[in-house]
Design a binder for this molecule. Structure first.
Ligand code: A3P
Length: 303
C-alpha cells in the first residue's frame, strides 16, 4: 500500500481508505470471520461524527424494557457508551483476536468506522441485519477530530491546524476520504432503505425526539403511544444527552477505545463550532471540496 501522511498517524491506504497499519490485521480478520445475524445492529460512522451519542441512544432504545431510561441504575450512568456497544475493529477484533460473539444475546449491537464496501460481506448481505450510519458536516467533524487528536497526543509530530486541514480536504484521514465514506452508505441507504438508515448529526441536534423515534422504528423497537405518553422517549434523549453524559464520573476517567481518554469524547457537542477555529479561506476550500465531491449526490449538510 501507498504510504502517506506519516507525519500524522502513519496512515496506509487499504481497500481505498486510509487507516493505521496496526488496524489492517483486525480489519482483515473481521472481514474473513464475522458472521452477521439477521437481528444484528451495526452503527457506522467516520470518527468524530457523533458515534458516542448514537451508541448511547441505540443501547437505551433496545434495552428500555430491561432498563427504564430514567432509572437511577441505568447502565449509561455507570458505563461509557463505548463499553456498552463495542467497536468491531478497535475492540473485538483488535490485537489479532478472534472473538466468540455467538453467545451474545440478540440484538447484538456493534460499531464500526469501516467504509461500506469493506464491511464483512455477511453484514452487507444478511437480510434483516440493520446498519445505521451517522454523519456530520465535514467542517465540524474536522474541528472535532483536530481537538481529539491534539488532546490525546497521538500525533508523532505536531501538525498545524492548516496542515491537518489540507490533509483532511485531500481525504487523508482515518477511514477517509470522508466523501467516499459518506457516499458509500448514502447510496446504499437510497437503494436499500430497509437495511441502511442514514442520519445526520445536525438533524439530530435539531429534533432529537423525532430522530430517536425514527431510529427506534428502523431498529424494530418502535415506541408505543403509551410509551410516548409517559415520557419514555424524553427519558432516553435525556440520559443520552451531551450534558448528562459529559458530567458522569465514568466519562471523566479511563479509556474505553484504544488509547483515547474518555473525557476527550465530550468536548462541545454543538453544530457550527468550526467558525471559531477555521479561517474563511479554509471554510471556502471545504465548501469547494463538498461541492466537488458530494455535489451531484443529493447529500447536503446544514453547517
Ligand atoms: P465536538 O468535538 O464538536 O464537541 P464521536 O462520538 O464520533 O467521537 O464524536 C465526538 C463528537 O460528538 C464531539 O463533538 C462530542 O462532543 C460530540 N458528542 C459526544 N457525545 C454527545 C452527545 N451525547 N450528544 C451530542 N454530541 C455528542
Amino acid at each position: 500500500s501507498k504510504e502517506r501522511g506519516w507525519r500524522t498517524q502513519h496512515l496506509y491506504m487499504y481497500q481505498n481508505f486510509w487507516c493505521q497499519p496496526q488496524q489492517i490485521q483486525a480489519i482483515v480478520t473481521l472481514q474473513d470471520h464475522f458472521q452477521a445475524r439477521e437481528s444484528d445492529i451495526i452503527l457506522a460512522t467516520i470518527p468524530k461524527s457523533g458515534t458516542t451519542w448514537l451508541k448511547a441512544l441505540t443501547f437505551a432504545i433496545t434495552n428500555r424494557n430491561q432498563f427504564e431510561p430514567s432509572s437511577k441504575v441505568h447502565p449509561l450512568l455507570t458505563s461509557n457508551p463505548h463499553d456498552l456497544v463495542p467497536f468491531l475493529e478497535y475492540k473485538l477484533y483488535a490485537d489479532n483476536q478472534l472473538p466468540d460473539l455467538s453467545h451474545l444475546p440478540s440484538p447484538r449491537t456493534f460499531a464500526t468506522h469501516i467504509p461500506y464496501p469493506s464491511l464483512p460481506e455477511s453484514i452487507q448481505f444478511t437480510p434483516g441485519c440493520k446498519i445505521v450510519y451517522l454523519c456530520r458536516n465535514p467542517l465540524d467533524t474536522f474541528v472535532s477530530s483536530w481537538h481529539f487528536i491534539s488532546r490525546n497526543n497521538v500525533r508523532a509530530e505536531k501538525l498545524t491546524i492548516e496542515e491537518a486541514f489540507d490533509m483532511f480536504c485531500e481525504g487523508v484521514v482515518g477511514f477517509g476520504p470522508f466523501w467516499e465514506h459518506m457516499l458509500g452508505y448514502w447510496k446504499t441507504s437510497l437503494s436499500r432503505p430497509e437495511d441502511v438508515l442514514f442520519l445526520k448529526y445536525e438533524d439530530m441536534q435539531d429534533d432529537i425526539q423525532y430522530h430517536t423515534m425514527k431510529l427506534a422504528k428502523f431498529l424494530g423497537f418502535p415506541f408505543s403511544a403509551e410509551e410516548r405518553k409517559v415520557g419514555i422517549v424524553e427519558g432516553i434523549t435525556n440520559v443520552c444527552s451531551f450534558d448528562n453524559l459529559k458530567d458522569l464520573e465514568v466519562n471523566k476517567k479511563g479509556k474505553s477505545i484504544a488509547d483515547f481518554e474518555n473525557k476527550t469524547l465530550f468536548r462541545k457537542g454543538k453544530v457550527g463550532d468550526w467558525v471559531n477555529h477555521l479561517s474563511p479561506t479554509m471554510a471556502e476550500k471545504m465548501f469547494w471540496v463538498m461541492e466537488n465531491k458530494l455535489g451531484g449526490s443529493g447529500l447536503k449538510f446544514k453547517v
